[in-house]
Design a protein around this ligand. Structure first.
Ligand code: NCD
Length: 330
């Protein structure tokens, strides 16, 4: 019998999953990729469940892909528009979340500008909390879809179904210090055996990398390109330029932008990744972002099956995956 208490309740950090949990999510994501290829890409796995997306920051791909994932699992969805909610009348975060919880939703997918907001939310509500980005802390589902996408690329390049990312050399480039995407990716990719190097101006690298499971942190992008299997470019935020001791975006682009010229220094076949949204012509050139080695579109596409796997893991656990996805093949 399944012990309810043993089931995972929230996904706040990649650390909630550990290596085995990550691999399980990736395995189940593959099942949902198969579902997506069906003529009718919808399964009754979460019928009767309700998923609320509560975003306090702007988002396109993350919110839409969570909503699409929930709908493809036959869950009902609620989109909470914060600007139109009572929070704009001064209601506290806690009251807002408790109100949504009291409606009886099963999961709250939340994005918030404060680091730690998702941990706090999980203490207040009965619903499962999925962190869709909290301040500078974590963005676990982004890292899961990135790991899935990278593994898919390795599998197709090698023609063999590798289980993890063992030995894959990944350079994460940009504003590491303030990036929840970088933090979750370091944890997820390294747990799967990837060798991660952080690259950026010293002011945008972590103050200390002690305890970070990485190979190195460096300011020299050109020096790492040739020995990189995947170059993961982060979005640069205009408001961070001053923090980085840079006068403008052009200066950033000159030293850290993945321009067409700089990308020539990459090993042949090295993959390009970016979580979006892209500042074309700043941290990455269009020709690189849209080139043959870019995984950026695949990252977006994989967001849906990976988030289906996460929702299913938290809300549909007592059900057998094979049973609920049925045999709609064909
Ligand atoms: C990221 C985010 O908001 O954390 N985007 C995303 O979710 N795909 C990265 C960013 O905004 O720079």
């Amino acid at each position: 019998m399944i012990d309810e208490m043993q089931e995972p309740r929230n996904l706040v950090s990649i650390e909630d999953l550990g290596r085995d949990g990550i691999l399980e999510v990736l395995r189940e994501s593959e099942t949902f990729v198969e579902v997506a290829s069906r003529r009718m890409p919808k399964v009754p796995a979460l019928r009767g469940k309700t998923v609320a997306t509560v975003f306090f920051e702007k988002s396109t791909r993350t919110r839409l892909s969570f909503e699409m994932a929930a709908k493809r699992l036959s869950a009902d969805t609620l989109t909470v528009d914060i600007s139109a909610s009572s929070m704009s009348k001064g209601e506290s975060l806690r009251d807002t979340l408790e109100t949504i919880d009291a409606l009886g939703v099963d999961a709250i997918v939340m994005r918030h500008h404060s680091s730690g907001a998702a941990v706090q939310a999980a203490r207040w509500v009965k619903a499962c909390v999925i962190n869709a980005g909290d301040g500078q802390h974590e963005h676990p589902t982004q890292a899961l879809l990135d790991a899935f996408t990278l593994r898919e690329a390795i599998r197709s390049a090698r023609g063999t179904d590798v289980e993890d990312l063992d030995g894959c050399r990944v350079a994460i480039v940009g504003d590491i210090r303030h990036s929840r995407v970088a933090r979750s990716n370091v944890l997820a990719l390294s747990a799967l055996g990837a060798r991660v190097t952080l690259v950026g101006p010293s002011e945008l690298l972590p103050v200390s990398v002690e305890g970070w499971p990485i190979e190195a942190a460096t300011e020299e992008l050109d020096a790492v390109l040739a020995s990189t299997d995947a170059c993961y470019v982060l979005r640069i935020q205009h408001e961070r330029m001053a923090d980085a001791g840079l006068s403008d975006l052009r200066e950033y682009r000159r030293s850290f932008g993945l321009t067409v010229e700089r990308a020539r220094g990459l090993a042949p076949g090295a993959w390009i990744m970016h979580p979006g949204p892209l500042n074309r012509g700043v941290e990455i050139d269009s020709q690189v972002a849209d080139g043959p080695n870019s995984l950026i579109r695949a990252q977006v596409r994989n967001g849906v099956p990976v988030r289906m796997a996460v929702l299913f893991r938290l809300l549909g656990r007592s059900r057998d995956i094979e049973e609920v996805i049925g045999d709609g093949r064909g």
